[in-house]
Design a protein around this ligand. Structure first.
Ligand code: HEC
Length: 95
């Protein structure tokens, strides 16, 4: 998992400069949530979800108010601005 996330981050850094399509923070999500956040192997889809809902879910994970295997730790690893950028991005993608 960590390897995949790092690979995605490295790829994003490499694609950066020329304004990568997805913000760097979103590249860290797709390793688990699937290409374009479409969901993968039981990990829920993020694409096309309501932006405010995504932000609220992340806040709940951060506060330990929503049961999670991994998302509590993931959510606490990002700033609110990064979460907002990721939510913007996934909300714009087709479901
Ligand atoms: C290490 C794998 C992993 C990474 C990285 C990851 N997620 Fe998740 N995500 C999960 C899993 C697994 C769940 C299901 C809840 C749980 O078990 O923690 C989940 C659930 C969620 C949910 C709740 C969806 C729902 O319908 O319940 C949201 C929102 C979410 N993730 C957003 C994100 C965002 C945004 C990022 C990037 C900043 C991200 N995730 C990165 C694995 C991951």
């Amino acid at each position: 998992m960590i390897r995949m996330t790092l690979a995605a981050a490295a790829l994003a850094a490499w694609a950066g400069g020329a304004q990568a399509q997805a913000p760097l923070v979103a590249e860290g999500c797709i390793g688990c949530h699937g290409p374009n956040g479409a969901g993968a192997g039981g990990v829920p889809a993020l694409a096309g979800r309501d932006r405010a809902e995504l932000v609220a879910l992340m806040a709940a994970f951060r506060a330990n108010e929503r049961p999670a295997t991994i998302m509590g730790r993931v959510a606490r690893g990002y700033t609110e601005a990064e979460i907002a950028a990721a939510a913007d991005h996934f909300a714009r993608l087709p479901r």
